[in-house]
Design a protein around this ligand. Structure first.
Ligand code: DGL
Length: 275
């Protein structure tokens, strides 16, 4: 009998973010598609993206994705970062020859889910300001009031959490209070977590927010899209265990500290590009 585990080529999905946020998306992909092999890439050398200018971010994402694909040819690229997707997708799609899935704010499902017509949008300051985001609101949430708040602090808190450091609950409370102090916030019943770092703090955010508010993100929809794009790929043989790796753009003590968290996402290998 031939051992099919020897010949099976797992589809490779490159999941890219500025930091650990894309792990919230990687997790959804792993749950839906256990046979895929993930290359999880973090541009920690240029983190955070949410405070960067548009031209420098487009150039940087281009540079890192080009280097990553040269080293890790992939079947699908997932830009698991709202800040990068809402800016760089047209550029990446014009130059790369593979399917690219972008993560963008879940405005449409939020507007469909809301009964009160008041939805929240929590993202990086850059995503909140993007024309792409305003277009999504115009197209899918015309009948809703959208309360937007940009926060870079939450991005840093999510990174700290995954490094195993203490969580600054007071800082999270300050952000949720700012959101809830906005006009009509007492009617808000859906909050879009439009930064991939934020689902990593879902429990902490939920603790500080009224129970009626549903926290939603794009992770599960991205996993479904990846599944659709891989529909023709070969099934994994019984007993096959996929391997995942994490690639950082810079070797730092903080990146090394992430090893236990990465292991919880089934990623046991860490490597560095140094770009
Ligand atoms: N995780 C990213 C996002 O979805 C951005 C975090 C950052 O500012 O680097 O927007």
């Amino acid at each position: 009998m031939t051992d099919t585990t020897q010949t099976f080529q797992a589809p490779r999905v490159l999941v890219f973010d500025s930091g650990v946020g894309g792990l919230s998306v990687a997790q959804e992909i792993q749950q839906r598609l256990p046979q895929v092999s993930l290359v999880y890439a973090s541009d920690n050398a240029f983190f955070p993206y949410g405070t960067k200018g548009e031209a420098e971010l487009i150039a940087r994402v281009d540079q890192v994705i080009t280097a990553l694909l040269a080293r890790y040819p992939a079947d699908i690229l997932v830009i698991a970062c709202n800040t990068a997707s809402t800016l760089t997708l047209p550029h990446l799609r014009s130059k790369l020859n593979l399917p690219i899935v972008g993560v963008v704010p879940a405005i449409k499902p939020a507007a469909l889910m809301s009964k009160s017509g008041v939805i929240g949008l929590l993202a990086t300051p850059a995503t909140v300001a993007r024309p792409y985001t305003h277009e999504l609101i115009r197209e899918y949430a015309t009948n809703c009031q959208v309360i937007s708040l940009g926060s870079s602090a939450l991005v840093h808190i999510a990174e700290q959490k995954l490094r195993g450091e203490a969580i600054d609950s007071a800082a999270i409370e300050a952000i949720t209070q700012e959101l809830m102090n906005t006009k009509n916030a007492e009617k808000m019943d859906v909050l879009v977590l439009a930064c991939t770092h934020f689902p990593l703090l879902k429990e902490e955010l939920a603790q500080q927010l009224p129970a009626r508010i549903n926290l939603i993100d794009s992770g599960a929809a991205i996993a479904r899209r990846v599944e659709f794009l891989l529909a023709d790929s070969e099934d994994a043989p019984a007993g096959y265990i996929s391997e995942h790796i994490a690639v950082f753009t810079k070797e730092t003590a903080e990146a090394t500290q992430l090893a236990p968290a990465l292991a919880r996402f089934n990623i046991d290998q860490q490597t560095y590009l140094n770009i």
